[in-house]
Design a binder for this molecule. Structure first.
Ligand code: HEM
Ligand code: HEM
Length: 256
């Protein structure tokens, strides 16, 4: 049934006029700020350290690799492992001291209770990997349910590697931990290495955007930290709508 012309309030009419004028002037794209500069620098330094630590650790861990490169190269790897290890621990700690509220925000997200959309998203995730074009994923909060688990594991592994690494460093330089304790810590360090390798590989696969729906995602951490409004709505619908409504982190970019 036709109810006549659509009624538009004066406020909406003004917004529509502004929108049309902006479209005439040039194309305006809206982005949402997702990661601060400090978060991006901390992530960049720790992720590069983590990859270098995996490589140098491998040369200590696998005798065949150590034999292939010779004792001098192994010595250089061991020393670099210790120095890069200190950077891997010190940078996130310094960042946490500088931005404790940022840390609280991350952990609040990681431990957020899973709602029905979160459960549905996780149930659909594996089919989605192969059938992304045909599967509509439910809206997500700031950190997706599966992402909360995967990021949580990276945080756990990072802490485990940091603590056991520092103990190994101290145990081989200024403190005598005893053979049993040293063996146990080394075992935990090796176990952590295995977990890091698994979760970091999955994380890098998705985060770098090799998988089509995540194309360009790397820019969130290795670019300007912003996500386009449409990508934000596609990946994190609940979060994006709340951000758009508040407008605090919305940035408009005008393209000529
Ligand atoms: C993602 C982080 C890390 C990875 C993947 C990693 C990996 C490894 C691996 C595979 C080994 C060889 C263990 C073995 O021989 O059984 C090792 C040894 C060691 N790691 Fe790490 N590690 C990491 C972080 C750290 C950190 C943060 C530190 C210290 C601050 C550290 C200090 C050491 C030390 C002292 C050793 C003994 C090696 C030696 O004898 O020179 N590691 N690490
Ligand atoms: C070098 C390849 C890597 C790429 C392309 C990458 C990409 C990303 C991206 C895009 C995000 C943001 C996701 C989002 O906004 O929802 C992120 C977050 C994260 N990454 Fe990576 N990453 C890499 C390596 C690593 C490594 C090696 C680690 C392990 C130490 C790591 C640990 C994390 C953590 C813990 C977060 C969550 C940070 C937060 O909650 O603010 N990343 N990564």
């Amino acid at each position: 049934m036709n109810k006549g012309p659509v009624r538009v309030s004066a406020e909406e009419a003004a917004m529509n006029r502004m929108f049309l004028a902006a479209m005439k002037d040039g194309r305006i794209e809206r982005y949402i700020k997702r990661h601060s500069m400090q978060a991006r620098i901390t992530h960049g330094v720790t992720s590069i350290c983590c990859i270098l630590l995996c490589i140098s650790g491998l040369f200590v861990f696998v005798p065949a690799l150590a034999a292939a490169v010779g004792p001098d190269a192994v010595f250089a790897m061991r020393m670099s492992h210790r120095i890069i290890g200190i950077v891997f621990v010190a940078v996130p700690l310094a960042s946490a001291v500088l931005a404790p509220r940022g840390v609280a925000h991350i952990f609040k997200n990681l431990f957020a209770r899973w709602d029905s959309d979160d459960k549905k998203w996780m149930a659909l995730f594996f089919p989605y990997l192969f059938l992304a074009k045909w599967i509509h994923m439910p809206d997500q909060h700031e950190v997706k349910s599966g992402q909360r688990f995967a990021d949580g594991m990276l945080w756990f592994c990072g802490a485990l590697m940091g603590i056991t690494g520092v103990l190994l460093l101290l145990g081989t330089t200024i403190v005598d931990l005893g053979a049993t304790a040293h063996g146990a810590i080394l075992f935990l360090h090796d176990l952590g290495f295995l977990l890091v390798a698994i979760f970091a590989m999955a994380h890098i696969f998705l985060g770098s955007g090799i998988f089509q729906p995540y194309r360009g995602t790397y820019k969130l951490m290795f670019g300007n930290g912003m996500v386009s409004e449409s990508d934000a709505l596609y990946h994190w619908g609940h979060w994006a709508r709340a951000e758009i409504a508040s407008g605090d982190n919305v940035v408009e970019v005008k393209h000529a």
